[in-house]
Design a binder for this molecule. Structure first.
Ligand SMILES: Cc1cc2nc3c(=O)[nH]c(=O)nc-3n(C[C@H](O)[C@H](O)[C@H](O)COP(=O)(O)O)c2cc1C
Length: 438
């Protein structure tokens, strides 16, 4: 992450806040306002009460995510799929780095204490990536889970019901044992991408990191756990999930834009915090572009891989404004093709994808205005929309507000492409307005 932050500083892309900000609301407020007008990452040099600077919105840009994996044509899904196919290149080189000379011990309360939303229960760690071992097989998993700060010895963690870490913890708990885990804050970006992505249960997510990095990644041993972590990680919190203990966690402002109510969640006993000298803390505003782009990369690639395996003409997939809506770009092959895509896409994930829209290759799938324009201009409203009633949706849905699915075919009627050629103004895309306006 440090190398990446330096690259963003050198290119001038990083926005820098020199004045001191308050970790309670002010940092999140500045980030949210900046994200309304720009995709630029932000460095806060001074956060009250902590010696560590903070970065935010590092991953809040499709372009930067594409650059990180070398997706030259702008299709994250296609490049990701190519990389994941490169079997045999797993773990290309994790080299051990025994020395801990560059690290110092901290307390949790030495880290920036950031409270994001008005009704949040307290300060939260939102960009923490859990690295843990499957209790029986030792397979390694990486995943994001929000952590509520309680004291220097305790965090409360939200483990979604279907996640791998949840299953690891349940297995350990079944044997009345604690599950050890390290929380990585600011690991190399490949770990961030692998943590967001859903990988089969029996596959190590470090394998994915290896395929993405393509170069040796130095690892170091934890101080308190039988685990190795990427040595370049800015901050590592070591600890363990206590078996058979649940305590109140939340409210917290989640990615759909609401507060999740308080519930009994997992308790993580903190055994130690180590930090590289000169470390920077990563703060991520839930539901902001940084969160939504990471969630999108995970879900859109899943949908793309599924569709690509069973149907022709799949070009790309996005999730705008968030993972509850899937947009698929296709090159139509036959009459009814778009409807088959809709049916298949809506079945990929039982939690997300409440609606799906299919468009032709000339539509910008990262712009909801353009996608909706396609629906409004390319055919009938009555026959190109259908719903699938009574299907359960998002797991946190006691009132069934997310039940049912909506499918929208926004493609040109098959065989009539020539009737729908988009008009253009020659030169409009290429000229530089600075040549015209003073
Ligand atoms: C920024 C971010 C925050 C997340 N927060 C949580 C969370 O608090 N709890 C949770 O269960 N999943 C959370 N997730 C989702 C999981 O980390 C993600 O689905 C991951 O792929 C699960 O890994 P697994 O497939 O190995 O179980 C978050 C994802 C992102 C990108």
């Amino acid at each position: 992450m440090r190398t990446y932050i330096n690259t963003l500083l050198e290119s001038g892309e990083m926005r820098i806040v020199e004045r001191e900000v308050d970790g309670r609301f002010e940092l999140a407020a500045v980030t949210a306002r900046s994200q309304r007008e720009s995709e630029r990452p932000i460095l806060f040099r001074k956060v009250r009460g902590s010696a560590l600077p903070v970065v935010s919105n590092i991953f809040g840009s499709r372009r930067r995510l594409c650059d990180l994996i070398g997706a030259k044509d702008g299709s994250f899904c296609r490049r990701w799929t190519e990389l994941m196919r490169q079997v045999g290149q797993d773990l290309p080189g994790f080299s051990n780095l025994a020395g801990l000379a560059d690290f110092e011990d901290l307390k949790l309360s030495d880290l920036p204490q950031i409270t994001y939303h008005e009704k949040d229960a307290g300060p939260y760690i939102t960009a923490g990536i859990f690295l843990a071992k499957e209790p029986e097989t030792g397979v390694l998993n990486l995943s994001f889970h929000r952590c509520m700060y309680v004291s220097d010895a305790e965090l409360r963690v939200r483990l979604g019901t279907s996640h791998h870490l949840t299953r690891y913890q349940a297995k350990a708990e079944g044997a009345s044992e604690a599950l050890e885990a390290a929380i990585l804050l600011g690991p190399p970006p490949e770990f961030v991408l692998a943590a967001a992505a859903p990988i089969p249960y029996d596959e190590s997510e470090l394998g994915v990191v290896g395929r993405l990095a393509g170069a040796p990644i130095p690892m170091r041993r934890c101080r308190h756990l039988d685990l190795e972590v990427p040595a370049e990680t800015e901050i590592v919190i070591e600890g363990r999930f206590l078996p058979n203990v649940r305590r109140p966690e939340a409210p917290f402002g989640e990615f759909l834009g609401f507060y999740v109510p308080q519930g009994n969640n997992h308790v993580f006993e903190v055994l130690g915090v180590t930090c590289r000298r000169g470390a920077t803390y990563h703060a991520l505003v839930c539901g902001s572009p940084e969160d939504l782009r990471l969630l999108e990369l995970a879900f859109a690639t899943q949908v793309y891989q599924h569709l690509h395996a069973i149907l022709p003409g799949i070009i790309d997939v996005s999730c705008i404004p968030n993972i509850m809506n899937i947009v698929v770009k296709i090159e139509q092959q036959y009459e009814g093709h778009a409807r088959q895509v809709l049916l298949s896409a809506l079945g990929v994930n039982h939690d997300f994808g409440k609606s799906c829209m299919v468009v032709d290759e000339d539509v910008d799938i990262n712009d909801l205005n353009d996608v909706y324009w396609a629906f409004l201009t390319r055919g009938r409203a009555d026959t190109r929309v259908f719903t699938i009633p009574d299907v359960p949706g998002f797991y946190r849905d006691p009132h069934k507000d997310h039940w049912g699915r909506l499918a929208i075919d926004a493609t040109v009627p098959f065989g009539r492409k020539d009737d729908f050629v988009r008009k253009s103004i020659p030169g409009a895309d290429r000229l530089d307005l600075r040549d015209y306006f003073v």
